[in-house]
Write a protein that binds this ligand. Structure first.
Ligand SMILES: [Zn+2]
Ligand SMILES: [Zn+2]
Length: 295
């Protein structure tokens, strides 16, 4: 009864929360050892017997501190690890809200993007409105305690492990995935979302590198997926994400071969995909079509 009640209420509440830059302390249980704060963005909290891994920080230190309070409520004495799905400010710029002694880990490619564009992205987000400016005031990004190339396995105690994975570029170059055992829960960032048109940010990945990443993600055999900006789903989200990109790529390349320019193809395919994927809230596929044309 309780779970049915939760199932009915969560999606509407989550859709509202996902546009609010202030995170709440409410959690949703994703699987036996994984909780989420549904917001901007969704935050993953993986709890083992001795250590807790937080995935993403929220926008600025005030949100970071909220996430820490929630993590401490779930496991007061656990050692704290932090990682980020990618370098964008709502995912990473809440780090100063975490206590000293938090072990910050991310992949090298993501750290390189952070070093090159982290400050610039904070300025861009702060320039959007007064609230974001306040949330991001005086944020200083610190170097991570650890970086890794492709995989770093964390033992959180009690048989709970989290594999931090870098499979290649998608939304950004440094997109990181976290796979939790024994739950088989994937914290997927932007790489796998729930009915969201994929978006390659500036010089991030390419449509084919995104598909190549998804080929590797499929092999993980996820049962639960927590995306960063959409609703929680099951393992079928991985195949759904791949099928959408493969479909859009095939249609765009067909139009390209027939001499249709990128702008026109973006318009045509937006209309077509709104009909074909009627239960996806699609505004436009034009950006991704541009990425396909550019490859
Ligand atoms: Zn984001
Ligand atoms: Zn992003």
């Amino acid at each position: 009864m309780l779970s049915l009640f939760a199932l009915c209420l969560v999606p509407a509440a989550a859709a509202f929360a996902q546009s609010q830059p202030i995170l709440s302390e409410d959690t949703v249980k994703v699987s036996n050892h994984v909780w989420a704060i549904m917001g901007f963005p969704n935050i993953g909290i993986v709890v083992g017997a001795n250590a807790t891994l937080v995935v993403d920080t929220g926008l600025g230190p005030r949100n970071g501190a909220t996430v820490v309070r929630v993590a401490k409520k779930l496991a007061p004495n656990n050692k704290l690890y932090l990682t980020t799905t990618h370098f964008h400010p709502e995912h990473a710029a809440g780090e100063p809200g975490f206590p000293p002694g938090t072990i910050l880990i991310r992949n090298k490619v993501q750290q390189d993007e952070m070093d090159k564009h982290g400050e610039e992205m904070i300025d861009l987000f702060a320039g959007r409105n007064a609230q974001q400016k306040e949330l991001l005031a005086n944020v200083k990004l610190r170097p991570p305690d650890e970086t890794f190339d492709k995989e770093r396995k964390l033992d959180l105690g009690g048989g709970v492990t989290a594999r931090l994975l870098w499979f290649g570029g998608a939304h950004t170059k440094g997109d990181e995935l976290t796979f939790v055992d024994p739950d088989k829960t994937l914290i997927s960032g932007d790489v796998v979302q729930n009915k969201v048109v994929p978006n390659i940010f500036r010089e991030g990945g390419t449509p084919s590198s995104w598909i190549a990443v998804l080929d590797q993600v499929e092999k993980l055999g996820a049962l639960h997926v927590l995306p960063d900006h959409s609703a929680i789903g099951d393992g079928s989200l991985v195949a759904q994400e791949k099928a959408f990109i493969v479909d859009l790529e095939a249609r765009a390349l067909d139009l390209k071969r027939r001499g249709v320019n990128a702008d026109e193809a973006g318009k045509l395919l937006t209309t077509e995909f709104k009909q074909k994927y009627a239960d996806w809230p699609i505004n436009s596929v034009a950006n991704f079509v541009k990425s396909i044309y550019a490859e």
